[in-house]
Design a protein around this ligand. Structure first.
Ligand SMILES: Nc1ncnc2c1ncn2[C@@H]1O[C@H](COP(=O)(O)OP(=O)(O)OP(=O)(O)O)[C@@H](O)[C@H]1O
Length: 245
């Protein structure tokens, strides 16, 4: 299957996108137009239940919109079948989930290196500076302020905050074009949160990646190129929020 890419410099381009959960008559996402430029760091905020995680799932091709077009790194997600979608996601997107989704039967190092098992491109980029994959994993782990002896431990032996940092290292490995992070600092204390976002910015800049970062906590928006309120771009959220109150 040949994946055709547009020549746009945007990393994410959404046009007339609608998504409703199965069995729901009203869409939870209805976005006329939304773009993230290559290299841009976007902070996305919105109340609980407004559709932030749903939007991230659409951009990462975990969910497919019923209407409209979503292009990521120049690829129209609708043109990919399931298998190519998984490959494309592994190549292009680093994901940090709210629940981390670390695999309990793998060590810390194996969890971090997981995207490189699914994507040879990620693996090639992870080792392009002349480091072995394990050396790059160790470097990322140290950047995340986790001691070297954590590498071979089970993720189940780590604190929640440490697991969160492992999840971020896994998203960063192999320099994906887009990092998507859903509440990535929720398990950290206030001081650690600010230090953590600074660190994330440095690694995202070094990898030349774009960042789409979701949080309830607006104090974290400092330093982002743009702060977007989901309600401003999602015409579905007006009626949804009305229902929540
Ligand atoms: N798997 C699902 N099936 C059906 N409806 C869902 C599903 N996941 C989410 N929803 C609904 O979609 C809406 C948006 O949920 P979503 O998780 O995207 O919001 P959110 O803004 O990320 O919330 P939070 O900040 O609490 O994580 C909610 O009304 C929710 O009930």
């Amino acid at each position: 299957m040949t994946v055709s890419r547009s020549t746009s410099s945007a990393i994410v381009q959404m046009s007339k996108v609608e998504f409703a959960w199965p069995g729901q008559s009203k869409p939870v996402i209805s976005i006329d137009h939304f773009t993230i430029a290559a290299g841009e760091r976007v902070f996305l905020r919105g109340p609980s239940g407004s559709g932030k995680t749903t939007l991230l799932s659409l951009v990462s091709a975990v969910l497919m919109a019923q209407r409209g077009t979503i292009e990521v790194a120049g690829v129209d997600l609708h043109n990919l079948d399931g298998r190519h979608r998984d490959r494309f996601r592994a190549d292009t997107i680093g994901l940090v989930f709210q629940q981390f989704n670390l695999l309990p039967f793998l060590s810390v190092a194996e969890n971090i290196e997981l995207p490189c098992r699914f994507s040879s491109n990620r693996r090639a980029r992870a080792t392009q500076a002349g480091l072995s994959l394990r050396e790059e994993t160790t470097r990322l782990l140290e950047r995340m302020k986790l001691a070297g002896d954590t590498l071979e431990r089970s993720v189940m032996q780590l604190s929640v905050g440490q697991q969160q940092r492992v999840a971020v290292a896994r998203a960063l490995i192999g320099q994906p074009a887009l990092i998507i992070a859903d509440e990535p600092t929720s398990a950290l204390d206030r001081d650690s949160q600010q230090a953590f976002t600074s660190l994330l910015f440095e690694e995202v800049a070094a990898a030349n990646s774009s960042l789409l970062f979701v949080s309830h906590d607006e104090t974290l928006a400092k330093g982002f190129d743009r702060c977007v309120d989901l309600g401003e771009i999602n015409s579905a959220s007006t009626s949804l929020i009305g229902e929540l109150h």
